[in-house]
Design a protein around this ligand. Structure first.
Ligand SMILES: Cc1cc2nc3c(=O)[nH]c(=O)nc-3n(C[C@H](O)[C@H](O)[C@H](O)COP(=O)(O)O)c2cc1C
Length: 176
C-alpha cells in the first residue's frame, strides 16, 4: 500500500490508512509506504534507478501480491509523485493487481486515474481493480472519513483486491 500525497494533512493518506486497517483486521499482511517519508529522486532514466530508496521501493512493490495506491487528484490526473514512482520502479509492477483510493476536490475528476491505470495495464499487464474509491472534501470532517458510502467502498475495494490478487497468484498459465 503506497500513499502518494506529499501534503501534511492529506485526505488520500486517511483513505489509504483506512484501507490498511480494514485489511489488517482481516489478517492480511500490509506493507504501508508513505511517500512523504521516503525521499525519492526524480526519474532521470539513469542514475535514479540505483538510488537506494528507488531500489528499496521497487523491491517492496515486486514482493507485493497487490498494490493499493492512495493518490491525490491534481490537474485531472494523479499527482506527479505517483507518476514519478511508476517511472522509477517500472517493471516491478509486472502483472500486479492494483487498486486506487483517490482524494479530489470535486466530483468532476472521477476518471482521473484512468491515464495511470491504462499505462499500468498496457506497459506492465497489471490487473486494475475497477472498484476505485473516489472521495471529495464532503466525505471528511476533522481528519475523519465521515461518509458511510466511502467506508463501504473501502471495504469493497479491500475485498475485491484480495480476491483478484488471489486469482492471479493461482493462475498457472505461462507468463510472457
Ligand atoms: C495543484 C492541484 C491541482 C488540483 N487539481 C484538481 C483536479 O483537477 N480535480 C479535483 O477534483 N481536485 C483537484 N485538486 C484538489 C485535490 O485533489 C484535493 O485537495 C485532494 O484532497 C488532494 O488529495 P490529498 O489531500 O491527499 O493531498 C487539486 C489540488 C491541487 C493542489
Amino acid at each position: 500500500m503506497i500513499t502518494c500525497s506529499l501534503k501534511s494533512d492529506s485526505r488520500s493518506f486517511l483513505l489509504t490508512q483506512a484501507a490498511a486497517r480494514i485489511l489488517r483486521d482481516r489478517n492480511v499482511e500490509v506493507d504501508f509506504r508513505d511517500l512523504r517519508e521516503i525521499e525519492l529522486p526524480f526519474c532521470d532514466a539513469g542514475e535514479c534507478y540505483s538510488h537506494p530508496n528507488t531500489v528499496e521501493m521497487a523491491g517492496a512493490i515486486r514482493n507485493a501480491s497487490a498494490v493499493i495506491l492512495g493518490v491525490p487528484i491534481y490537474n485531472y490526473d494523479v499527482n506527479a509523485a505517483a507518476k514519478n514512482l511508476i517511472e522509477l520502479t517500472g517493471r516491478a509492477w509486472n502483472e500486479k493487481t492494483v487498486g486506487f483510493v483517490c482524494a479530489a476536490g470535486g466530483q468532476g475528476s472521477y476518471m482521473s486515474v484512468m491515464g495511470l491505470a491504462n499505462s499500468l495495464m498496457l506497459d506492465f499487464r497489471c490487473l486494475i481493480n475497477p472498484r476505485f474509491v473516489y472521495a471529495t472534501g464532503d466525505d471528511f470532517q476533522d481528519d475523519q472519513i465521515t461518509s458511510p458510502k466511502i467506508k463501504e467502498r473501502l471495504e469493497e475495494l479491500c475485498t475485491s483486491t484480495v480476491r483478484l490478487a488471489g486469482v492471479l497468484e493461482t493462475d498457472s498459465s505461462p507468463k510472457r
